[in-house]
Design a protein around this ligand. Structure first.
Ligand SMILES: Cc1cc2nc3c(=O)[nH]c(=O)nc-3n(C[C@H](O)[C@H](O)[C@H](O)COP(=O)(O)OP(=O)(O)OC[C@H]3O[C@@H](n4cnc5c(N)ncnc54)[C@H](O)[C@@H]3O)c2cc1C
Length: 170
């Protein structure tokens, strides 16, 4: 996202929310993070090293979560359409659940423990789906952990190592 004298924000920096395709809010939040970094570093100059704090802030707040969601999305896109119909048709996924993915800080949607148990009960009636889902969840959490382990301080070598690990997740 950063280079000497440059910083990317928005769709060009993959800030679209993977499941919904919305990118305006994430880009505006990123814009604020970039502005804060620019203000902090204005006396030192805008090298990739100094702008790196912006990328770290974005990954901590949204990027790592988006990575995990992206992994889940890739699994969903490769599912047999019959499974997708079943997931929505039987109530395992509802429109309220999709609201949970919103990055809106005023989002007050939550999911109750009873609702979670109800969903697990529905999913258990389809064991072939459960296996793929669990595998994807483990992969998504692993991806999130890799993404969030972004080096705090810029070093080309450490960043390149992290990038290779990050890209290997997808
Ligand atoms: C149909 C649709 C519905 C959407 N609905 C929502 C929604 O409800 N909520 C939401 O948050 N997001 C939504 N999005 C996503 C949102 O529009 C994008 O995430 C957001 O517009 C990204 O902003 P951006 O400035 O990064 O990129 P863009 O808006 O794509 O702006 C990039 C600009 O750069 C210009 N450009 C490209 N190449 C060059 C060049 N070489 N030289 C000069 N100019 C260039 C382009 O013409 C464009 O004007 C939707 C997207 C689509 C397609």
């Amino acid at each position: 996202m950063v280079a000497d004298g440059y910083a990317a924000v928005g769709d060009s920096a993959f800030m679209t929310m993977p499941f919904m395709g919305s990118g305006i809010e994430a880009s505006m939040q990123a814009g604020k993070m970039l502005a804060e970094t620019v203000i902090k570093t204005r006396k030192k100059g805008y090298s990739a090293k100094n702008l790196w704090a912006y990328q770290v802030a974005f990954y901590k707040k949204l990027g790592a979560l988006y990575m995990a969601i992206d992994v889940a999305k890739r699994w969903a896109l490769n599912l047999d359409p019959e499974y997708i119909n079943w997931l929505f048709g039987c109530g395992a996924i509802t429109s309220e659940d999709l609201k949970l993915l919103s990055t809106d800080e005023n989002n007050e949607v939550s999911i109750s423990p009873i609702e979670i148990i109800r969903k697990i009960g529905i999913l258990l009636s389809n064991p072939s789906l459960i296996f793929g889902l669990l595998k994807t969840l483990v992969h998504a959490v692993h991806s999130l952990l890799v993404a969030i382990s972004i080096p705090k301080k810029y070093s080309a070598k450490r960043v390149s190592k992290w990038q290779n690990k990050y890209e290997s997740m997808i």
